[in-house]
Structure formats: structure tokens, C-alpha cells
Design a protein around this ligand. Structure first.
Ligand code: NAD
Length: 360
């Protein structure tokens, strides 16, 4: 199993090294035969070769069985013409990684900030919507007819809505509560949101065993604070999903805990939900859990792609259980959660815990 590994910027290299250490630990116990091919991207590559996305990196990602991408400091990048290519957006578009799956779960023993605990997954459409830097076939969906007038195009397609709805219902069918909530703003954005809902409702008909409901985006933001435990799988368009998933993760305990994958039928990329945290980069303070849990989700995704990969599922469960065990213990947390362990010490403790679980 070959993984393309792109450490990225800021805390990216630190949390990527932690993630590889964890994968090495499960590999040593379960014989998953993981191989890694590391590629330099981001500001280091810009300095060395003049582009944040050197030639060949995208092709290597396309050819790999899975991708692990550290966060990138794309707001610091120069223009595309000057070599500043946001590889996160680029890979989502080029590999058509339309499903961004972002779980948020509160943990036993760890304070959460919402009024209730939660165990939900936000299924975010990842290739269209308001993201005008990437929602066109050619050019960008944003332009200025005059110096004082800026327009932005939001794209919603029936196919894009249908396939993200299917991803959400498929996921809900594998979960205990079997419920999907579609989040929208059809009362204001009457045409494109109606198209999105039309397709989600049609897919809901294909899944009679899954409860289906709809929620306006603004009230959803409040309900996540007030009563998040009522949600199971939440499906929504690109920007709503981006914002709601950060809110949900933070309310569940910390944005640093939130794993995520970006997937199509044939490719999957593990990517932390948070950014590159330049304020703490290189200080051994970053919480690596988000990228580690993203890698566990990648293992789960790979297990569903072909039979006979039970070892990948066992590895993912062992990683999640070990993360939960450390989170329950204030002495084994990272500084963002008030704990004493730096990134390296935390990773060593996590690997030890995983090793113990896989031997038992
Ligand atoms: P951020 O998520 O990087 O940081 C927000 C705050 O959370 C900071 O105080 C940071 O120290 C803290 N934080 C984030 N991750 C943490 C972790 N794992 N452990 C401990 N603390 C953590 O958001 P930002 O500051 O708005 O953005 C910084 C850069 O990241 C920008 O260039 C932005 O464009 C980029 N970004 C990248 C991605 C991505 O690669 N997917 C996503 C969001 C932002």
C-alpha cells in the first residue's frame, strides 16, 4: 500500500511525522505493508524550486493508494503565476475528491463546549458551491467588472448534489442512528439551494431505512451549540460544511481533534481539519490528533475498497481507541487541551498505547 505524503507548511511536518510514527506502529503489529513516498510542497518548495506544487507531485498523488496531506499556509502564498498553488484545493479538483467527511465526537473525560455531547459527521460537498477559486472548469468564478464592483459565482449541480447525498446516506446506513440532516438556505438562495434539496430528497427515497430531515444553516449553527446530540450525519454544500465542521469540532472539545478525509470513488486524501498554525510551528506544541485520526479514516476507506483488508479496520479502531484513552487522561494531553505533553512526547505515548492494545 503506497501512500504519498505531503508534510505541508507550519506545523505540517511535525504532525505528519507523528502520523507516520503511528502508522508505523500499527503496521509493525498488523503487517499492513505500508510504504511512504514523501514530496516537498508549500513554502519550502516555493523557496527551492519556485512553486508550492512542484511538477510530478499531483501525478504521484494520483498514482498512490492514499494521500496524507499536512496543512498548508496558502494565505501566505503568492499568486498562481508566481508559483503559489494551493495543493489542497488543487488535489480536490484534479482528483475530483468530492466528499469531505468530517466527524466531530465528544469524548469521555474531556470537556466539550456545546451544551450537549455529540457524535456526528458532517458530509461536505467539496468541489463546487461558493468556492469560486475552484468551482469552474477554466478560470475563476469571481471577477470585477469595475474597480468598485465584485461578483462571485456559486455553482450547484444536480450530479454534485446527488453524489454527496449518496455519500451521506451510505455513511448513515453504516452508523447506528441512521439519520441524515440536510442543511441549506433555500428560503433565501431559492434556486440553487432548491436544486441541492431536490437531489438530496430524491436520494433519501432510495434509503427508506434512514430518517431524513432538513435544517436551515443559521439555525443549524445555533443548534450545534444547544443540542448537537440530536444530529447524526449532516449533508451540506461546500462553504456551509466548511464552517459548520469547524464549529462542531471545536464544540466537541477542540479543532485539533477533528479528523477528515477527502474522497472520490477511487482516491482518498487524509487531511487535518485545522490550518498550518504558524504561531506554534516548530515549537513541539502542536496536537497531531487531527491528522492521525484522518489517517485512521483513510485506513477505513481503504478497507471498504477491497475485501480481505480486516487489518486496516483493526488498525483504525486501535488508533481511535488509543486516542480516546489518552484524551481521558489529563496527564497525557497536548498543550492546546491544557496538557503537559509536547508533540513528540504525545506521539510516543500514543504509539505505546496502540502497541499495548494490539498485543492484548
Ligand atoms: P489554524 O487552524 O492554522 O489556527 C487557528 C488556531 O488554532 C491557532 O491559534 C493555532 O495555533 C491553533 N491550532 C490549529 N491547529 C492546531 C493543532 N493541531 N494543535 C494545536 N493548536 C492548533 O487557522 P489560521 O491561523 O486561520 O490559518 C493558518 C494558515 O493555515 C493560513 O495560511 C490558512 O490559509 C491555512 N489553512 C490551511 C488549511 C488546510 O491546509 N487545510 C485549512 C485552514 C487554514
Amino acid at each position: 500500500m503506497r501512500f504519498a505524503v505531503l508534510p505541508g507548511d507550519g506545523i505540517g511536518p511535525e504532525i505528519t511525522a507523528a502520523t507516520i510514527a503511528v502508522l508505523d506502529t500499527v503496521d509493525a503489529r498488523l503487517g499492513l505493508r505500508l510504504q511512504y513516498q514523501e514530496h516537498e510542497v508549500g513554502l519550502a518548495a516555493l523557496k527551492r524550486v519556485g512553486t508550492t506544487t512542484p511538477e510530478g507531485v499531483i501525478a504521484a498523488c494520483r498514482a498512490a493508494d492514499g494521500i496524507i496531506l499536512g496543512p498548508v499556509s496558502h494565505s501566505e502564498y503568492p499568486t498562481r503565476a508566481e508559483g503559489g498553488i494551493n495543493i489542497s484545493a488543487e488535489l480536490r479538483v484534479v482528483l475530483d475528491l468530492y466528499a469531505n467527511i468530517r466527524p466531530a465526537r465528544s469524548r469521555q473525560g474531556l470537556p466539550h463546549y456545546g451544551r450537549t455531547g455529540m457524535d456526528l459527521v458532517i458530509v461536505r460537498e467539496n468541489t463546487e458551491g461558493f468556492y469560486s477559486d475552484r468551482n469552474m472548469h477554466w478560470g475563476v468564478g469571481e471577477f470585477m467588472p469595475t474597480p468598485d464592483l465584485a461578483l462571485s459565482v456559486r455553482k450547484i449541480t444536480a450530479e454534485g448534489s446527488r453524489r454527496i447525498a449518496r455519500a451521506a446516506f451510505d455513511l448513515a446506513a453504516r452508523r447506528e442512528r441512521k439519520k441524515v440532516t440536510a442543511v441549506h438556505k433555500v428560503n433565501v438562495i431559492k434556486i440553487s439551494e432548491a436544486l441541492f434539496l431536490r437531489e438530496v430528497r430524491a436520494v433519501a427515497q432510495e434509503f427508506p431505512g434512514i430518517a431524513y430531515e432538513e435544517q436551515l444553516i443559521d439555525s443549524m449553527a445555533a443548534l450545534l451549540v444547544r443540542d448537537a446530540e440530536r444530529f447524526d450525519v449532516v449533508v451540506t454544500t461546500n462553504m456551509f460544511g466548511d464552517i459548520l465542521s469547524d464549529e462542531a469540532s471545536e464544540l466537541s472539545g477542540s479543532l485539533g481533534l477533528a479528523g477528515a478525509i477527502n474522497a472520490s470513488a477511487t482516491h482518498c486524501m487524509a487531511q487535518a481539519q485545522h490550518g498550518s498554525a504558524p504561531d506554534i510551528a516548530g515549537q513541539d506544541k502542536a496536537n497531531p490528533v487531527s491528522l492521525i485520526l484522518s489517517a485512521a479514516m483513510l485506513l477505513d476507506w481503504l478497507a471498504r475498497q477491497a475485501p480481505g483488508r480486516e487489518g486496516f479496520v483493526a488498525a483504525a479502531r486501535a488508533i481511535e481507541a488509543a486516542v480516546d484513552a489518552l484524551l481521558a487522561d489529563p496527564a497525557r494531553r497536548t498543550p492546546d487541551l491544557g496538557g503537559p505533553l509536547g508533540t513528540r512526547a504525545y506521539t510516543a505515548a500514543l504509539c505505546e498505547e496502540i502497541g499495548r492494545r494490539l498485543v492484548a
